[in-house]
Write a protein that binds this ligand. Structure first.
Ligand SMILES: [Zn+2]
Ligand SMILES: [Zn+2]
Length: 252
């Protein structure tokens, strides 16, 4: 496939396009499944949807689902305090932007966090055999990519994807708690440009105000790509939204 591409510039262009496409898919799985679905229980999924998201995350990020959920719930429980795993109010936004990955890993590997915040997601047999092995997942993802587009385009795509995914997720925690608009009274911010890069996550002030709502866009002019995936999934009975509309928590 795509064997016609044999110039350096060709690898660069096609690899970049494919890398951006892979990150977009990974961002959708992260926001719709890991975040809105598992962490906040705003959406429930049918088995085929659950498996598809789990495999996509394993191949594109190597994230262990219960670890991500635990770190994120801890962030909501202790937002912008010293117990927040990645607070720009505590560490400075630039430190969180640069070191979010390390901050995440430290909190994710702390088994007391997982035991406390992701009690409802014990490891399954499939986790033990496959999905807990991050390097195996990423290795399979890269092998599939090499088979489809060849080693050079795959290398460019992998580099673009890793950098885009990490930078954008870090930006939600760093920039999304520092710069931007705060229509609700919480420390997170709304940034539409960041929301476009993260399938809706940049509308982070809205999310902290209404964490159990599946839709992150609260105003007609806000764009939430994640919601544009959730809607057709509900029509196809692959997903069910638990709370209709937007429920803003009492203290915001
Ligand atoms: Zn936040
Ligand atoms: Zn959240």
């Amino acid at each position: 496939m795509f064997g016609v591409v044999d110039s350096f510039v060709g690898h660069l262009i096609l690899g970049t396009v494919i890398g951006v496409a892979i990150t977009t898919i990974a961002n959708l799985a992260t926001t719709v499944f890991l975040h809105r679905g598992l962490s906040h229980r705003a959406i429930t999924f049918s088995a085929p949807a659950r498996w598809s998201f789990t495999v996509v995350l394993w191949l594109t990020t190597g994230i262990r689902v219960r670890q991500w959920v635990a770190v994120h719930r801890k962030h909501h429980a202790h937002t912008d305090t010293v117990d927040d795993p990645h607070s720009p109010a505590v560490h400075g936004w630039w430190q969180v932007q640069l070191r979010n990955y390390a901050m995440y890993r430290r909190a994710a590997r702390d088994s007391t966090n997982v035991a406390r915040y992701a009690r409802d997601l014990p490891p399954t047999r499939a986790d033990r055999v496959l999905f807990d092995h991050a390097l195996l997942g990423l290795g399979c993802g890269i092998a599939i990519l090499v088979m489809l587009v060849g080693p050079w385009t795959a290398a460019v795509a992998a580099i673009v994807h890793i950098n885009y995914y990490i930078a954008a997720s870090s930006a939600v925690n760093a920039i999304g708690h520092h710069f931007g608009r705060r229509p609700y009274a919480n420390s997170a911010t709304n940034l539409q440009w960041l929301a476009l890069l993260t399938a809706g996550e940049g509308l982070h002030n809205n999310h902290h105000a209404a964490p159990t709502s599946a839709k992150l866009a609260h105003r007609w002019y806000e764009i939430d790509l994640g919601w544009l995936l959730i809607k057709p999934m509900t029509w196809m009975r692959l997903a069910r939204v638990r709370i209709d509309g937007i429920r803003v928590a009492a203290d915001t």
